[in-house]
Design a protein around this ligand. Sequence first.
Ligand code: HEM
Length: 477
Amino acid sequence: AKQRYQAARRLPLPPGPPVRWLLGNTMPKSYAPFQFARWTEQYGPVFSLKQGHRIFVVIGRHQAAVDIMEKEGANVADRPRSIAVQETLSGGFRMSLKDNNERLRRMRRVLHANLQPKVAETYEPMQTRHAKNLVLDVLNDPKNHQRHAMRYSASVIMSFTYGKITPTSYTDPEVVSINRFSARFGQTIKPGAYLVNAYPILRFVPGYLSELKAWHKEELAFYDGQLDAVRRKMREGTASPSFARFILEHQTQYQLEDKGLGYLAGEIFAAGSDTTASAITIMMMAAATHTDAQARVQEELDNVVGRTRLPTFDDQEMLPQVTAFILESLRWRPVTLGGFPHRAIKDIVWNNYLIPAGATVIGNHWAIANDPEVFPEPQTFNPQRWIDDAGRVRGDLRFFTYGFGRRVCPGQHLANRSVFVNTALLLWAFRLSENPAAKIDTLAFSDIFTVHAAPFEICFAKRIDENVIRELCAPGK
Ligand code: HEM
């Protein structure tokens, strides 16, 4: 074993852009996933960068992602050390940035207990209710479709996490607070946002981290307060079922520590709300800019569902075109453009290159989505690439919308259901198109961790009589 180890250590790092002595590579100042994709074209499926003492390995092709992120999954399940976003802004609590140790596995287990497919099914009525609400919102106020998608997602997450029954509004004070925390998180986690990660000595510079520390205090107090409110309701016997109630009731069983319990619940909103809203918005953008592909979905909806009732979760198996449209939307414009960084805990040899223990390993969703070997003509939006000869959704093709290996998104079954029901309902009710006078720039995204499309206009033409839509989507129906 020792010999093999020494042999591996002699292998070169994957190729990459030239490194400047002492300074290392220049990190892209903005839109790193796009620059990383260009470097994939130039240097190959796996390339490397250096900054300070850190090595970054970026994967930009599908097969390499399977080889490294999945087959070597156990060896890349840690997260890079991050002084700014984890140790300071999150006080070490943020689960998504923890190393893959026993404590993390307990947290993933408790999430899984509440989000695995069988349990996710039980949220379908709640998701349907909020999705109908979104249809009515679009009917009443089409201009603000992006805000409506955010409101849908916030409502579903607040219901899942804290058992909130009434629809949530994005102006609710608690949602305003959580969104402020998410924005700070998105800013702080950007590669290169804080030099302290590459040069840890900076943490001793007086004042350097004080803003992040203050933000952490505020966030922690807020999340603990939310959990306390659930605790209070439990004592009064008025707490509806929720993730927060579950972790309070099962704290001992899952050996969850008091410290960070509020954070675990609070983190769900940050992880699940913006991402889901973004996925729904991307689907609408795809429909408005690809009306032929959209028409194919609507033809299927007409055949399978008809126009006198709403599509439901029970229809999904009979609606492969809806599923293919969703899969293609999330490949075409991935929600997490650059992927969440992992860290190698062991030396990994890939194609005679060394990915050394300690390296930050990034699966660049944007580059992998554009891998021409797996997705021919990757720039073309073509849902039919997901359909086999028998007209079914292909089982042999996949994209990594929800990330990789042991750290794959635990919320994916809830999220998939959200995207499905909103796609089915919205495309059933409306024909979406661009305003010829205000064409959509489909690459105009904010440069933060979870992409947000810049505001854009959609024309919603009713496919179904308005009274029928209102009647079928009315609350309580
Ligand atoms: C369309 C919506 C969503 C997308 C695209 C998405 C995507 C992702 C991605 C790419 C990761 C990182 C995986 C990796 O490290 O390789 C992740 C992690 C995570 N997601 Fe999601 N997600 C979505 C919705 C949700 C929802 C609804 C929840 C919760 C209810 C959730 C909870 C989490 C958590 C807790 C993690 C951290 C897991 C860990 O580090 O072990 N996500 N998600």
